[in-house]
Design a protein. Sequence first.
Length: 267
Amino acid sequence: MTAFLSLLALTAAAMTPLEETFDRMYRHDFPGALTVVQGYIARQPSDPLGHTVKASAHLFAELARLRILESEFFKSDEKIASQAKAVPDAAVRGLLFESLESARAIARKQLESKPSDTNALFALCLSAGIETDYLALIEKKQIRSLRHARESQTWAVKLLAVDPAFHDAYLTTGLSEYLLGSVPFFVRWFLKFEQTEGSKEAAVRNLEKVAASGRYLKPFAQVLLAIVHLREKRPAEAQKLLAGLAAAYPENPLFRRELEKLKRAYQ
């Protein structure tokens, strides 16, 4: 075994199964991620977060297959709106929503006896976020997705009220701030997100918390920050983030490809 593979093995051994699942996703190893999380669910079927993370693995795989997480797609609202509807894998869709249903049923039952259960709260927050992304980015049902975006924000607010140091929850609050801050005032007046003002500066601060200290969503927050920087005409900041991601996850072609695009565009 090479030194590099030995280092990877040691790193994986130090991770929890759910941390390893996310790590494999960021390394573009979706079959490996699903194998790890399915093994975890078999051992811990009553942990709602396991089912949520399984749904996340299916979502990441679809986003990668459909090449949705690419900077050009997110540079402007017009480009997002003009994209033709993606063609989702029906089998993957079924598995994703089945996992979300299991996660929600388990988490809500656990909250009945322990309303401050941070693991259950995070499972519900993340589940709503996954459904938001699937509906908005893959099925192009942006209006319908807003209900789930608000639901994710509500769970994030409840979670952070219990544990303000639960950094991954700030990804949801950051996205909510950026979403609300990116729409016209008359639209914003109709959109109601709990404890959200529509501040792009607050959005960046919240995403930076996850990008610095997130347990599961740190790299994803860095991707989102890079997208925000590109949309806000700050290519140097986006390039720095993508360079770090490409170095940390050399197996992921998305990070390398987007970094090269930026270098060519702004050299």
